[in-house]
Design a protein around this ligand. Structure first.
Ligand SMILES: *Cc1c(COP(=O)(O)O)cnc(C)c1O
Length: 394
């Protein structure tokens, strides 16, 4: 056993079923493991290193930043936090303000707190209920776990906070509203649930109905955000104006970050919410650089071109293995292949790793792809050659 593996087994709580791989370096969509074996990363961690591994511009920006300051606390003004917020708000096109935390779950906690305080203050009765969807995923803290509409995940950790109601689908949401409902929280493309894009017209109708009823729409863009689905936010792609949006995964190139942004600028007062680490110089500087890179890349047409190229290759791959896959799903560079027999999924993923390409699972029967948005055609071609070998050798 390698030293790392030995230490991990001895000292790390066993919450992850780790694959037997130890990566030591990377560049772009390429990874190298401890045995000098090379891989193409079609997963970006889990949708995190959106501008590739060891991105030089991000590394230069954060190296310069940490040579000056890393942390002072939120008791003082933080230049890079203010700059990152401006970039996020301007890129979104919405009139909003931001709060910075350190993870997706924490961003969603913030979203729920904003909604609950709004529901406490607005109207005659206290409104606190949040409706979420079956197969959603919103995080691992007690509250975000309860807001996750997958009953299987709720074992062991109760009692949970009250007020979470699960809808089977968008069509069922309206029938679940009552005078205690304050918000509906959704992912526009369910990620962990199985790369499941929700229907655009239904979402637009839902947004309109909620607005009329003064019920908030929270969109969890922890996975879909920061150009993953082609525009800065999936909310932009869907043409809606949510009240609250959360971001995390792809925002800072691998540095921990989470953001909740909202048009409800007056709900929080000093003391209502906070974070020791949130929005520090390091993470917010990384976010600034990632947004700049992806903003330029999108405006130059690079993202659109590589997205089309990747999706074309993925469709070809799907078509040439009809015995394994039924269809291609997803939006932008958040894609999946539905696997005919869910039992083969784990085997495909481990074969792929053996052949030198990293892919993910989502839900019960989806092979998930979240490549770096800046992946090159050459990297894509190499990845699909390996993937082809992996499936051929099933
Ligand atoms: C990953 C994810 C989360 C949780 O993010 P963490 O950073 O792991 O807390 C929440 N919502 C969605 C949609 C996610 O994909």
């Amino acid at each position: 056993m390698s030293n790392t593996k030995e230490l991990d087994k001895k000292y790390i709580l066993p919450t992850y079923a780790r694959a037997d791989v130890e990566f030591v370096s990377g560049s772009g969509a390429r990874l190298v493991d401890v045995n000098d074996k090379k891989y193409i990363d079609f997963a970006s961690g889990i949708g995190v290193v959106s501008v590739g591994h060891a991105n030089k511009r991000v590394n230069d920006a954060i190296t310069k930043q940490i040579s000056q300051l890393t942390h002072t606390s939120n008791l003082y003004y933080i230049t890079s936090q203010a700059e990152a917020a401006k970039k996020i708000v301007e890129s979104s096109g919405y009139d909003m303000m931001c709060f910075f935390g350190n993870s997706g779950a924490e961003a969603n906690e913030g979203a729920i707190k904003i909604a609950r305080k709004f529901g406490e203050k607005d109207g005659e009765v206290k409104r606190y209920k949040v409706i979420t969807l079956q197969n959603s995923f919103h995080g691992r803290t007690i509250t975000t776990l309860k807001s996750t509409g997958q009953e299987l995940m709720h074992n062991y950790f109760g009692p949970y906070p009250d007020g979470f109601v699960y809808a089977n689908d968008i069509a069922q949401v309206e029938s679940l509203l009552d005078n205690h409902t304050v918000a509906v929280m959704i992912e526009l493309v369910q990620g962990e649930g199985g790369v499941e894009p929700l229907d655009k017209e239904r979402i637009q109708a839902l947004a309109k109905m909620l607005k009329e009823k003064n019920i908030l729409l929270i969109v969890d863009e922890v996975q879909t955000g920061v150009y993953r689905t082609g525009e800065f936010l999936a909310s932009n792609v869907y043409g809606i104006e949510p009240d609250i949006i959360t971001l995390a995964k792809g925002l800072a190139g691998g540095v921990p970050i989470g953001v909740v942004m909202t048009s409800l600028k007056e709900v929080f007062s000093p003391g209502d919410h906070g974070s020791t680490f949130g929005g520090n110089f390091l993470s917010s500087r990384a976010a600034c650089e990632v947004i700049d890179i992806l903003d330029e890349y999108t405006k130059s047409g690079g993202l659109k071109e590589i997205t089309e190229y990747f999706n074309h290759k993925l469709q070809e791959f799907c078509n040439s293995h009809k015995e394994v896959f039924t269809s291609k799903v997803g939006i932008g560079l958040m894609c999946g292949l539905r696997v005919r027999d869910g039992d083969t999924l784990a085997k495909i993923i481990s074969n792929a790793r053996d052949e030198g390409v990293i892919v993910l699972r989502a839900g019960r029967n989806t092979l998930r792809f979240l490549p770096p948005l800046t992946i090159t055609k050459e990297e894509i071609d190499e990845g699909f050659i390996s993937l082809n070998n992996a499936v051929t050798s099933l």
